[in-house]
Design a protein around this ligand. Structure first.
Ligand SMILES: Cc1cc2nc3c(=O)[nH]c(=O)nc-3n(C[C@H](O)[C@H](O)[C@H](O)COP(=O)(O)OP(=O)(O)OC[C@H]3O[C@@H](n4cnc5c(N)ncnc54)[C@H](O)[C@@H]3O)c2cc1C
Length: 385
């Protein structure tokens, strides 16, 4: 079916990145269409951890969201040597992703965005300065601008990066009923067994999100077996963990914009390669994409350069420091773990990074200064003595 309307903006994907962009655009009176292959609310496997920095881009207060307030973290190395760091103020809120995403989408439609569910976009083409989207049902939509918010390896990411074999991490996650965790105000993070990643146990109102993320290509292991071992170490009943792709920001060429197409969220690979945080970057990039469209549509100004400059200063610089941290710490994860355990100051600074209070740049400066002052060999002696 040919839908003849020419939309100002079409967005593929109604996750946090797409819905945030839609909300801002609709709010400014721009004619915006959102397509998703699912009906909403939909299930989304996720720890659901919102760090405090999301407040800058959330259209409602973090306090108003249903979820668990988190004040600290318990760290362990292969299930052992656990230590806990608790802060006076909340460091994160754990939300149910299905409900959170639905709330954002409802806000965008309440401002006038048009949402069409169950339309999986399978093809994007440019024709006479229009972008023509075809779905698996044969529906056709036309727009002047496209925002690709359809996650990693989605049709829009492939449109801007044809033939690019983008490296991916892998996550296993399951939601388990865990009454023992109800009311717990910290998360558990287990390091040392998942290459370039960690295992997590996040309390969620009597349930728990239990999972692990890793970049298995860096070291060959059976992620499933290691995940089972982790669950045994934490006395968790084995559930049915499902596997998911985990994109991450890396030091590789990747196109995020052209004159009519902008990629946001996971489609733009805006996921912290150290912590795996992606929701904040989805909200931020959705906001910047909308701002770029609002400021350039019908004004003869280049949308792509405005978007590139916004994401460069607000997202890419921070994620580049996260890459530096991941590249330094993950190959020496045992040293990193025991350094956090031994140095209360470093441990608290790290929790400040998790909460979004401290940027990676400042944490890295502290870390590298400590190493320079002490020397790696001496540091190892101090830590492992
Ligand atoms: C197991 C796991 C745990 C995580 N835990 C956390 C966490 O605790 N905190 C955190 O900050 N981040 C976490 N993340 C990362 C976070 O989930 C993502 O970064 C975030 O969802 C990105 O939002 P998005 O809007 O870009 O994409 P998504 O939320 O994935 O939304 C993409 C949407 O596009 C739709 N879509 C896809 N293809 C098409 C198509 N062809 N046509 C139409 N629609 C399409 C999908 O149905 C989906 O609704 C986790 C990720 C995983 C896998």
């Amino acid at each position: 079916m040919m839908n003849r309307k020419l939309w100002d903006v079409a967005i593929i994907g109604a996750g946090p990145a797409g819905s945030t962009a839609a909300w801002h655009l609709a709010d400014k009176g721009i004619d915006v269409l959102v397509l998703d292959k699912h009906t909403f609310p939909r299930t989304k496997p996720c720890g659901g951890a919102l760090s405090n920095k999301v407040r800058r881009f959330l259209p409602f207060s973090l306090d108003s969201l249903e979820g668990d307030d988190i004040y600290g973290a318990e760290f362990s190395y292969k299930g052992r040597d656990a230590f806990k760091i608790m802060m006076d103020a909340r460091i994160a809120k754990l939300v149910h992703r299905g409900r959170f995403d639905h709330l954002l989408l409802e806000l965008s439609t309440s401002r006038g965005a048009c949402f069409v569910p169950e339309e999986k976009v399978v093809d994007i083409r440019r024709r006479d300065d229009r972008l023509i989207l075809t779905t698996s049902k044969g529906s056709i939509f036309a727009a002047r601008v496209l925002i690709g918010a359809d996650g990693p390896r989605g049709v829009s990411a492939r449109y801007l990066n044809p033939g690019h074999t983008v490296p991916m991490g892998v996550a296993l996650e399951e939601e388990t009923r865990l009454d023992a965790l109800a009311g717990r105000s910290w998360v558990s993070l287990d390091f040392g067994r998942f290459p370039w990643g960690y295992g997590w146990i996040f309390p969620k109102r009597g349930n728990a999100s239990v999972g692990c993320g890793a970049i298995p290509k860096r070291k060959k292991i059976s992620l499933k077996n290691e995940f089972e071992r982790m669950k045994q170490d934490f006395n968790l009943v084995s559930g049915k963990g499902k596997g998911w792709l985990l994109p991450y920001f890396g030091d590789f060429a990747y196109k995020r914009a052209d004159r009519q197409v902008l990629l946001v969220g996971d489609a733009a690979r805006f996921v912290d390669p150290f912590l795996g945080e992606g929701i904040y970057y989805a909200l931020a990039s959705g906001t910047f994409a909308a701002e770029s469209v609002v400021k350039t549509l019908d004004k003869g100004v280049d949308m792509s350069s405005l978007y590139q400059s916004l994401i460069q200063s607000e997202i890419i610089e921070e994620l580049t420091h996260a890459v530096r941290m991941a590249e330094f710490v993950y190959p020496r994860i045992k040293l990193g773990f025991y350094a956090l355990k031994r140095s209360e100051r470093l441990g608290r600074l790290y929790v400040d990074v998790m909460s979004g209070k401290l940027p990676y740049k400042r944490f890295n400066e502290e870390l590298f200064r400590a190493i320079k002052d002490t020397g790696v060999r001496k540091l190892k002696k101090l830590i492992f003595a």
